[in-house]
Design a binder for this molecule. Structure first.
Ligand code: UDP
Length: 331
């Protein structure tokens, strides 16, 4: 009897999705990757195409999902995830977090599969509790520019708990804090690729606001390990996964300047609306229940990430973005 477990990973061609595909392939799973390639890139997973235990479906999860045969696990990781992406494609962001998860939950119920959703520290909004524990309900502006992402993710948690409670679907909710590493899109607008891209192109580093806002950055391999453990645990309540080592964006810019050896300076731009002032995960639950904590410190993680970005071609480095968002704008 074939005991190979099959896992569907939505958002497989994205930054996190592609690293998750790698991990589950390594663990001997049959991996079905799904992506509609709006923000994902086939380049992130092309090394998997030659494998027998990897399949790829170019499909939008907001539409009915048909998967033949057995399915043991579903990871719903499809979504635009950077503030400038979800500003450009707000409706798709809302759809993937609502219609998309509804389809995934229906599929999980039909297949008797365990489903995990990628939730986010954004469910805490601009937090008034610091650091953020899973008990904190958050401080989100539903109609602000980030509302399309934050509220989609909050809805996603609500519908996932409802399927768990009313249909006994086995569910897991990971609240992911800022994560970085190879395969981030250089132009996704997030602070790390923005700063490294600017340093590599010889541009000044753009700090939004006065740089006093904080974030806590987790290296992708640590995050993947946390997700792997949570998926195989019996915890259906949300769990924060992130690195509690907090830094101001101003200090982070200085770290990138040192790392890259650039002669450029920092310049200041307006702070985006509703930009959270501080963010740090309380990971007590992950530590005690999953015996997980991050292992890769920022110095090491940044070194690895910088090596990846340095390996990009000049053309890739100067490319504005591979995405033609206009194509996706719903009028
Ligand atoms: N940021 C910045 N310069 C940039 C890009 C981002 O100062 O070129 C700031 C942004 O305003 C925020 C922080 O860096 O305060 C992290 O932004 P990011 O988009 O990476 O993710 P967020 O945590 O806000 O979702």
């Amino acid at each position: 009897m074939d005991t190979t477990k099959t896992i569907l990973i939505t958002g497989a061609a994205g930054f996190l999705g592609s690293h998750l595909c790698d991990r589950f392939i390594k663990e001997g799973y049959h991996v079905i990757g799904m992506d509609n390639l709006i923000t994902g890139r086939l380049k992130n997973i092309e090394h998997l195409f030659k494998l027998k235990n990897f399949e790829f479906y170019n499909h939008d999860v907001s539409k009915f999902i048909h998967i033949p045969g057995q399915l043991d696990y579903i990871l719903h990781f499809a979504s635009p995830a950077s503030p400038i992406d979800y500003l450009k494609i707000p409706i798709q962001t809302l759809k993937v977090g609502s219609l998309g998860i509804h389809n995934c939950l229906g599929l999980a119920k039909a297949k008797n599969a365990r489903l995990m959703i990628a939730s986010t520290s954004e469910v805490y909004g601009d937090p008034q509790v610091h650091p953020q524990t899973e008990e904190y309900w958050g401080h989100v502006n539903p109609i602000g520019p980030r509302g399309v992402y934050d509220e989609a993710k909050r809805f996603q948690e609500a519908i996932t708990m409802a399927y768990h409670t009313f249909h006994q679907v086995e569910t897991r909710i990971v609240r992911i804090f800022n994560t970085y590493g190879p395969r981030m899109r250089l132009n996704d607008g997030r602070v790390l690729p923005a700063f490294i891209g600017q340093a590599l192109r010889g541009e000044d580093l753009t700090i939004f606001g006065d740089g006093s806002q904080t974030r806590s950055f987790c290296y992708v391999d640590d995050l993947v390990e946390g997700i792997y453990r949570l998926l195989h645990s019996d915890i259906s309540m949300p769990i924060n996964i992130g690195n509690p080592n907090e830094i101001s964006i101003g200090d982070f810019a200085e770290e990138i300047i040192k790392l890259t050896g650039t002669d450029q300076k920092v310049i200041y731009k307006d702070l985006p609306v509703d930009d959270p002032k501080q963010r740090q995960p309380d990971i007590t639950k992950a530590r005690t229940l999953l015996n997980w904590e991050p292992k890769i410190d920022r110095a090491e993680g940044l070194k690895r990430t910088y090596a990846y970005f340095k390996g990009l071609t000049t053309e890739e480095l100067n490319e504005k973005d591979h995405i033609n968002f206009d194509k996706f704008i719903i009028k």
